[in-house]
Ligand binder design. Sequence first.
Ligand SMILES: C[S@@+](CC[C@H](N)C(=O)[O-])C[C@H]1O[C@@H](n2cnc3c(N)ncnc32)[C@H](O)[C@@H]1O
Length: 178
Amino acid sequence: MFWTVFHNLKSPENAGILVRAHVAFGGAQIIVVGNEPWILKRRAQAFSRHLERLCEFIHCPDDDAFFAWCAKAEAQPVAIEIATPPTFLKDYKFRSRPALVVGNEGAGLPQSFLGRCDAIVTVPQFGPVPCLNTAVAGCLAMYEMLRNEHVTRQIRGDAYIVNEEEVRPLMSSRLTCA
Ligand SMILES: C[S@@+](CC[C@H](N)C(=O)[O-])C[C@H]1O[C@@H](n2cnc3c(N)ncnc32)[C@H](O)[C@@H]1O
């Protein structure tokens, strides 16, 4: 079980990409920390393929609300961020209930937030680029976290098989942190 956490994300495109990957990798709820979620805007949907209809969103207005939610859900907050010294993705052993947090496109994750996480995990880079796109970093973390899982979903041709009952939209897709 895992959660994906958007920490003050700004770009609907990034949100859309992350929603699609989150659903594809079988995530639980998506946690939105910061401003009221803009996730359902049209620009995001070109990238999410409307998969937000299958997601439950939990909105945490600030960091305190997020860490309170983690404690209640027994989730381990794992920041996906560049840090020194780095813990690279391949060396990090994910526990059973990680909440993967990606940061704002401009500012990243603040130090005050990072200091409260269980771990800070860095995606290795090799070329002359200071950092990755937020959605790319998040998707790579999801992949690495699940790479040893046994794949039970069947493939037909060039697509995974999805049953009709799996894609029924949720009635209510928003919650707020207590
Ligand atoms: C574009 S970066 C933030 C900006 C960056 N701090 C800067 O100085 O330009 C946005 C987010 O992408 C994620 N990210 C980007 N590259 C990463 C990497 N190599 N490892 C882990 N996370 C990364 C982090 O979540 C980060 O907060």
